[in-house]
Every structure is written in structure tokens, then in C-alpha cells.
Design a protein around this ligand. Sequence first.
Ligand SMILES: Cc1cc2nc3c(=O)[nH]c(=O)nc-3n(C[C@H](O)[C@H](O)[C@H](O)COP(=O)(O)O)c2cc1C
Length: 170
Amino acid sequence: MKIAIFNGSPRKENTAAMVQAFKEGAEAAGHSVEEYHVGKMKIAGCMACEYCHTKGNGACAQKDDLEKIMPAYKEADMIVFASPIYYFTMTAQIEAAIQRVYCIGKPASAKKVALLLSSGSPNVYDAAITQFKGFCAYTGIELAGVITANGAENKSAAKMDEIKAFAKAL
Ligand SMILES: Cc1cc2nc3c(=O)[nH]c(=O)nc-3n(C[C@H](O)[C@H](O)[C@H](O)COP(=O)(O)O)c2cc1C
């Protein structure tokens, strides 16, 4: 499979470690993986101008880093969203990206998605997971799995092994 990972963390720390473990596992199983560091990109919020659904024919009127991820969003067989928890949800950067893909709605190729979440505390994932399940229901894409890491689990060998095994078994 062609897998695109959208990493919503602005840093290369805990979420990046989860992404790296996923990448290693998926590549070991023969998948091709591209990571897009959305957390470092400049992607503005949707303006609801509806250009995409009228004259734009699927293209967004705003010209920013969304253009760097749209080809992967359209073409990947699997999309992995990864984010730290910020105030009980995903980062503003990844939320902006998710809301801007409104321009094409359902991606044509993606058959599976997964979610990787990192946090400081346990039991802070309900809002992010509920929202993500809504995205899956809306797009009709199968949710292959959700993996979370909090506190000492972040970057731990046990958590990295769990993520690698998940990615290998896809
Ligand atoms: C602005 C901000 C808000 C945060 N909000 C939460 C939170 O609500 N719950 C929590 O457990 N951790 C919270 N954290 C901690 C991060 O989720 C945690 O440190 C995570 O592992 C960071 O991932 P990263 O290393 O990829 O940036 C917050 C951190 C920041 C910077």
C-alpha cells in the first residue's frame, strides 16, 4: 500500500517517535510510506467561500501549504493521522488540514485510516477519537486502529513495539 502520514505535531519528539515506529513497521511489511509534517506547515482554516464546490472544481481558493499534502491525500491507499493532544483534541495545525480537505470531500483511493495520539496524561482522548470516528463515517474509510501514548509510554520500547506490530500487520 501507499501510506501517507500526516503528523500534526509542531515538534519532533513524542508524536514523531510514534510516526517513526509506524513507518518502520509498515516499511518492513513492504508498504511505501511518506510523512508530511503538517504541524510545521502553514495551513489556514477553511473560509467557507465554497469556491472549491463551484468555480474551483475541487481546488481550494487559498494558496498555502495545503497544496503540499493534497496529492498524497488524494492518492494514498491509507492515511495515518498523528497528533499530540492539545486541550483534549488534536493540534490546530492538523485540525485545519482536516477541515480544508472539505474541498474534495471523500478521497478516492484511501481504504484505511489510523490515528496515533500522544499526550502527557491518560484518559484525554475521548474528544479526538469521537471526532475522528465522525471523519471516518463521513468519508466511509475504515478505521484500522487508534494507538495512544501518554506520559512514560511516550518513546517507550513497549509502545514503539506495539506500533510497529500494528503497522506490520496492516
Ligand atoms: C498547548 C498544549 C496543550 C496540551 N494539552 C494537553 C492536554 O489537554 N492533555 C494532555 O494530556 N497533554 C497535553 N499536552 C501535552 C502534550 O500532549 C504531550 O506533551 C505530547 O506528548 C506532546 O507531543 P510532541 O512531543 O509530539 O509535541 C499539551 C501540550 C501543549 C503544548
